[in-house]
Design a protein around this ligand. Structure first.
Ligand code: DX5
Ligand code: ZN
Length: 224
């Protein structure tokens, strides 16, 4: 792993009435994670493309869009065209993951594939060479503030092994329940990118929380 651990605060835990101010509180972050939910793929509804375009226009931090939506083939390219750095779709929602990856990259974004806690990594090994990011969900997608599921770490370890041995070339990202108590196990397992919603926006000083999480991840990684 060449680069420092990356921290991606999730706006799901921010104040939706003040998103322009909320992105200014996390200028130290590597990516800002935007959870798009459609009330079909997950039982929750958040925001869509017009709001992402508005955030993109004011954010000093590159956008990491996590699309928890059905029919990503139809909707995902718009987020890449809006200027997001990374756009992640759910494997479970895709009929042709390779085609989505191709469209995302053609629109100038990194292409991400997310897998839910119960979805095996093996099922997608053949399509992952077309992706730049693998998002291993560490909670069931849909809501912030849930507890980290340690049993998902075997997938992070396996993805790390495949990257380190040159079989895949992608960021390994974890999302859900990442905080000061859990980030070290995710870093030791081999994650590169750490999404944190409540642990950053629930903190009195989000910038300090980001620095603390990044330092913990770096230390755990160097020990492992
Ligand atoms: C859950 C979302 C997460 C969520 C994480 O479906 O994908 O990005 O914001 O929130 P925390 O860090 O509070 O678990
Ligand atoms: Zn997310």
């Amino acid at each position: 792993m060449a680069q420092d651990p990356m921290i991606a605060p999730s706006l799901l835990s921010a104040d939706f009435a003040r998103l322009a101010d909320e992105v200014q509180r996390i200028t130290d972050a590597d990516w800002v994670h935007v959870d798009v939910m459609d009330a079909h793929f997950v039982p929750n509804l958040t925001l869509g493309l017009p709001v992402v375009q508005a955030i993109q226009a004011v954010s000093p931090v590159p956008l990491d869009c996590h699309l928890m939506i059905t029919d990503p083939e139809r909707w995902a390219p718009g987020y890449a065209e809006a200027g997001a750095r990374n756009v992640t779709v759910h494997a479970e929602a895709c009929t042709d993951p390779r085609a989505v990856a191709r469209d995302l990259r053609a629109a100038g974004a990194l292409a991400g594939l997310a897998i839910k806690p119960g979805t095996p990594l093996e099922a997608y090994l053949d399509v992952l060479p077309d992706f730049d990011t693998l998002l291993v969900m560490t909670v069931e997608p849909g809501f912030g503030g849930q507890s980290f599921m340690p049993q998902t770490m075997s997938k992070v370890r396996e993805a790390r092994r495949l990257v380190d041995t040159g079989h895949l070339q992608l960021f390994v990202e974890v999302d859900g329940g990442i905080n000061a108590d859990t980030i070290e196990q995710a870093a030791a397992a081999g994650a590169d990118v750490f999404v944190a919603g409540s642990a950053v926006y629930g903190a009195e000083d989000p910038a300090a929380a980001i620095r603390g999480l990044r330092a913990q991840a770096a230390a755990a990684r160097s020990r492992s």
